[in-house]
Ligand binder design. Structure first.
Ligand SMILES: *[C@@H]1O[C@H](CO)[C@@H](O)[C@H](O)[C@H]1NC(C)=O
Ligand SMILES: *[C@@H]1O[C@H](CO)[C@@H](O)[C@H](O)[C@H]1NC(C)=O
Ligand SMILES: *[C@@H]1O[C@H](CO)[C@@H](O)[C@H](O)[C@H]1NC(C)=O
Ligand SMILES: *[C@@H]1O[C@H](CO)[C@@H](O)[C@H](O)[C@H]1NC(C)=O
Ligand SMILES: *[C@@H]1O[C@H](CO)[C@@H](O)[C@H](O)[C@H]1NC(C)=O
Length: 320
């Protein structure tokens, strides 16, 4: 992203806005009936946990990816998703808001995993996270917390190992807290740390998922690949336009691999239906706001960009 975000660029951004709900500057949200049809807390063979990016309304850009994965896995009888319930506040809401939000995402997310796994021990679990949600997803698996942006995120431990055994695939895109040179990273952002690297302990625990984790990070992404220049906000926003197809193929392949170590493989929906599970009792999510919906707000500050973005066809001006 260039340092001067001219009105010409704004006009170009409006003109190139696509109908896709998961594009860089979408005009439509991914909360369509086709996507929401998959939202469920029931026991099904496959269950996706979805951590949206900063200031995205539920389910966020990954709603489209989620719908496509569930469709490939046999439709709504076989596969459902739940949102990880958390505020997803960007730094635009205040100095401490990102950290409070991410910490809540990690603890709510782990509670949701534990609740679902307890009710549905034979379900294969899939985790998707974007931007702040990608950071939260990695926090859920390996433990999280630490200094990032201008705040300090409260620590949380790694996911219970027994619950972790049910996780068959996890994909994160443009994670805020991530470490360079990991064998689970995909993309040219690999040699760069994110906005903060993970601690040694967090990384060691996250690495236990290396055979089931893909951490997408583009070169130039101002959030997940600090020091890769020139930085380009588009590189943080275009993961789904560029990678949906390969991610769907990878997740489906992982999910359909039989669980060789257990006779609970090849579970049929009739066997796995154990009734509805109660909605998690995590805190009600905050309303979505009017800031840029990707967690990129502070990168805009650091890149010295004009404080305005085209979002969903509307010019959004926010103070920094
Ligand atoms: C969903 O993603 C696919 C690519 O996997 C794309 O062709 C389609 O337009 C997207 N749909 C929406 C509503 O964004
Ligand atoms: C989709 O999200 C937008 C923004 O939060 C909201 O105004 C709209 O009512 C939502 N639509 C559905 C079907 O939930
Ligand atoms: C796979 O098998 C192992 C060992 O029996 C079990 O602990 C795990 O929960 C199974 N995973 C799934 C997704 O069924
Ligand atoms: C990672 O796992 C080890 C045990 O292998 C544990 O002692 C440590 O506290 C964990 N670190 C974090 C950050 O969760
Ligand atoms: C990734 O590297 C770690 C060591 O950092 C290793 O333990 C793990 O087996 C590797 N995973 C894969 C899938 O190669």
């Amino acid at each position: 992203m260039k340092a001067s975000f001219s009105s010409l660029a704004l006009i170009a951004a409006v003109a190139s806005a696509q109908e896709r709900c998961d594009s860089q500057y979408p005009n439509v949200y991914c909360n369509t009936t086709e996507v929401l049809a998959f939202e469920s807390y029931d026991c099904k063979p496959f269950h996706i946990f979805l951590a949206r990016g900063s200031d995205e309304p539920y389910p966020g850009r990954q709603g489209n990816l989620t719908r496509q994965i569930c469709s490939r896995l046999g439709g709504a009888d076989q596969c459902g998703y739940e949102n990880i319930e958390y505020p997803a506040k960007s730094t635009a809401w205040g100095k401490d808001e990102w950290c409070k939000s991410a910490a809540q995402g990690a603890s709510n997310g782990q509670a949701q995993f534990e609740g679902y796994a307890q009710n549905c021990p034979n379900s294969k679990l899939i985790l998707l996270g974007y931007s702040q949600g990608a950071s939260v997803a990695q926090d859920i698996l390996g433990g999280g917390g630490g200094q990032v942006f201008e705040c300090s995120q409260a620590p949380n431990p790694q996911l219970d190992a027994k619950v972790g055994e049910q996780v068959v695939a996890a994909v994160t895109f443009g994670a805020v807290a991530r470490s360079k040179n990991q064998n689970f990273t995909v993309g040219d952002g690999k040699p760069y740390d994110g906005t903060r690297p993970r601690t040694t302990g967090q990384l060691a625990n996250l690495s236990k998922y290396s055979d089931r984790l893909q951490d997408y990070c583009h070169f130039g992404d101002p959030i997940c690949a600090i020091g890769s220049t020139p930085q380009d906000l588009d590189a943080h926003l275009n993961y789904f336009v560029l990678h949906n197809k390969e991610v769907i193929d990878w997740v489906v392949q992982k999910a359909e691999t039989p669980n060789v170590s257990s006779e609970t493989s090849n579970i049929k929906p009739s066997e796995s239906q154990q009734g509805s599970t109660p909605r998690p009792t995590t805190a009600a999510p905050a309303q979505d706001g009017n800031a840029i919906q990707t967690g990129a707000a502070s990168s805009i500050t650091s890149a010295g960009l004009a404080p305005m973005m085209v979002l969903f066809g509307t010019l959004v001006i926010f103070t920094l």
